[in-house]
Design a protein around this ligand. Sequence first.
Ligand code: PLP
Length: 380
Amino acid sequence: MTNPLAAASSPRTYLDANASEPLRPEARNAAIAALDQPGNPASVHADGRRARSLLEEAREQIADCFGADPAGLVFTSGGTESDALAIAALGQGRRLLTGATEHDAVRAAAPDAAVLPVLPDGTLDLDGLESALAAPGAPALVCLMHANNETGVLHPVEAAAALCRRHGALLHVDAVQSAGRLAWSLAGLGADSVALSGHKLGGPKGAGALLLGRAIEGFRLQPATRGGGQERGRRGGTPSLPAIAGFAAACVEAQRELSRQPVLAALRDRIERRAAALGAIPCGADAPRLANTTCLALPGRKSEAQLIALDLAGISVSSGAACSSGRVSRSHVLDAMGLAALAGSAIRVSLPWTVQGEEIERFLKAYAALAAGVPVRRAA
Ligand code: PLP
């Protein structure tokens, strides 16, 4: 396997997969082939029908990767739109409950939701969920992420789903970070709907999907964009066929490569062992979590200063709380885990599918200089 980033004249070390995975070659090829299709999938002529058949092929491939029914898959622009679409539709007439460590895509779509506590390891407090579900009021819509984008910590989604069923609640799962990194199916999770994002598993940016479980397939979604009745009236606008074709190819490839996750876990563990010896504290490391993610707090060192120093050394990582404005704010995830003292001093290192052992060494060398307070130099 070749790392496309290593081919650049001034190689950088890209360890920010949870922000966006490098494009997979299979996804690039599929996207380029789709770019050459002139037809609109809504047109009735032969070119339109060819575009339509590519769209439906992609729908079937993605649905198949997650054991979903293609008829219940709605293409969107990405994870944020999928979360918003699900919450607007499924939340009608329901109380909203969201986990304390959810991504802003969910927090912004459910600003008045009651917040469910997490345990100190970052996993959902199931007793807290049970009491919230049992509280008087309308039945609930519970929104939970499968894997956390900052720490990689996995919520016990299957157990939460069983509680939701017992209390007549619906469950929306944001699986943007776990798709292509863990084996799961829609029915296995017990979710009513699931949000996916193409670029988080090695597809092009600009395509995502909402998977709807059989029980709610017929639910009326309330699309933010209406128009040509695309996606069976559930999301208006001509779909981005190249991004969707690339998304489907990336899904298939990521699923095929799931067996490589233990290699990523070993590299992640190497980072944590050596970083801990330098005084760093890995956050959420006691919980079940993604293989590719570590959240390292360096007490007394501001996240932003760490990011800048590593960037100057040619290394791309992020503060889990970096928002779209590029500002670095304190992490609400670490706050919720009771790690307020570390919330301003953590960085997220998330290993991409392309990662190589020497990139880990380059990171560790720069991190050691950072921890020792000496100027971090760019590797030759
Ligand atoms: N949900 C989670 C857990 C995420 O990590 C992200 C992006 O970081 C999103 C949703 C938003 O996805 P997108 O960038 O495709 O809109």
